[in-house]
Design a binder for this molecule. Structure first.
Ligand code: PGA
Length: 257
């Protein structure tokens, strides 16, 4: 069960799926069930081009929106990029440093950190992703990789506002593979992340940071993950494209009931 002081947060990362019209249809279909689960923060992260279409449906509800990425700058000659100013008023959250951004688009801890600082400066709550690759885990490097990512990506954030920060622990080998981390693996790494944040910001300031697990979360395994004391929610990829997302949110709601 999530710590009573930290409200669970389940976010759906749609990745490059559902343009505006499909996004509208999908959200219309799950809207009532999702809106009804008020004990969990529910965040939908459509592709940028579909954010406005989903916002039109969700603006008067408790369902929140997140972007999947953003540039750190407010405007300028950055072809193809989305700025924090453009997200304001539409999104409360922004996913940063997803492993696909890191591996396929060359994002470094330094860049993710600039984006996280910019998110705070523009009143967007960052969901910062960290996670080791299979080769890191096999080489017993998990702790070292996570330490580098957490220290690098999460440096210098406003300590008083850490309640707005979400960290997603997403082992790369579990993303899209159908092979979720065991609850024990997830709990072990999340304990490392919490200890690092406490070192960086002091235990009291770091306490409200929410840490999600991500990687092959499904309606079938969500209950076991939600039962772990330090898992404050989930970042869901594939299963967030179906009504299974509602079942996953419900599992976290039941864990705090
Ligand atoms: P998955 O993706 O749930 O499809 O494994 C998770 C993620 O990439 O955030």
């Amino acid at each position: 069960m999530t710590s009573p002081a930290r409200r669970p947060i389940v976010a759906g990362n749609w990745k490059m799926n559902y343009g505006p019209s499909d996004a509208h249809d999908f959200v219309s279909g799950i809207f009532d069930d999702l809106d009804a689960i008020t004990s969990v923060d529910r965040v939908l992260c459509p592709p940028a081009i579909s954010i406005a279409a989903v916002h039109a449906l969700t603006q008067k509800s408790g369902i929140m929106l997140g972007a999947q990425n953003m540039h750190f700058a407010e405007k300028g000659a950055f072809t193809g990029e989305i700025s924090p100013l453009m997200l304001q008023g539409l999104c409360e959250y922004v996913i940063l440093g997803h492993s696909e951004r890191r591996a396929l688009f060359g994002e470094t801890d330094e860049l993710v950190n600039r984006k996280a600082l910019s998110a705070f400066a523009h009143d967007l709550k960052p969901i910062v992703c960290v996670g080791e690759r299979l080769e890191d885990r096999d080489a017993n490097m998990t702790e070292r990789v996570i330490t580098t990512q957490v220290r690098g990506s999460l440096a210098g954030l406003p300590a008083e506002r850490l309640g707005e920060l979400v960290v997603a622990y997403e082992p790369v080998w579990a993303i899209g593979t159908g092979r979720a981390a065991t609850p024990q693996d997830a709990a072990d790494v999340i304990a490392i992340i919490r200890a690092l944040l406490a070192e960086m910001y002091g235990a009291e300031k770091a306490a409200p940071v929410r840490v999600q697990y991500g990687g092959s979360v499904t309606a079938a395994n969500a209950r076991d993950l939600a039962a772990l004391p330090d898992v404050d929610g989930a970042l869901v990829g594939g299963a967030s494209l179906t009504a299974d997302f509602v079942a996953i949110v419900r599992a976290f709601a039941e864990s705090v009931a």
